[in-house]
Design a protein around this ligand. Structure first.
Ligand code: ADP
Length: 166
């Protein structure tokens, strides 16, 4: 896998798939989720509502991933995944790995070649950046189907530095 690390805004990336750090409701939130829905427009939310009305009636479980349109973003699709909330008592790193692997599998099912990830779980879900960066990078090293490029698009200098060092 070719892996790139950049500082920037994930909503303006020229890639096939933008991964969203969503919440289980799929009905929008703050952080990168809010930015993706604002940039992509109402078509994304409409597809999320349809998923909730269909096979995801109970919401999207932590660690799983599901695709929708990217609306008016440059990307073709958004793959929504739900990261684990960080816990100091319980090791939830397998769930964070699963978010990345299942997002790549969903992207490969679409025939995507290029995928942009945010730093999943490092915002409202409080996962320490250095640890999240190590887990995320280890999770995407193995090739998955058609996907040949993973780009981590980090918001802010601290996140960029953590991923670069990892
Ligand atoms: P989570 O609930 O998984 O922690 P957040 O959206 O709160 O998700 O944060 C995930 C990461 O996304 C944070 O590091 C945050 O700084 C970053 N982020 C927020 N907006 C953007 C954006 N437009 N592009 C890339 N990363 C972003």
């Amino acid at each position: 896998m070719q892996i790139e690390i950049v500082e920037g805004d994930i909503t303006t990336q020229d890639v096939d798939v933008v991964v969203n750090a969503a919440n289980s409701s799929l009905l929008g939130g703050g952080g990168v989720d809010g930015a993706i829905h604002r940039a992509g427009g109402p078509e994304i939310l409409a597809e999320c509502r349809a998923l909730r009305a269909g096979h995801l009636g109970g919401g999207l479980p932590v660690g799983r991933a599901v695709a929708t349109t990217a609306g008016r973003m440059t990307a073709r699709w958004v793959v929504h995944t739900v990261g684990p909330v960080f816990s100091a008592e319980e090791d939830r790193s397998a769930l964070l790995t699963a978010c990345h692997r299942n997002s790549l599998l969903a992207a490969a099912e679409l025939g995507a070649e290029t995928v942009a990830f945010p730093a999943i779980s490092t915002g409202v879900f409080r996962w320490p950046l250095d640890s999240a960066a190590r887990i995320a990078l280890a999770a995407v090293r193995e090739p998955v189907g058609s996907v040949r490029l993973v780009r981590f698009v980090l918001s802010g200098e601290a996140a960029f530095r953590a991923f670069s060092e990892a």
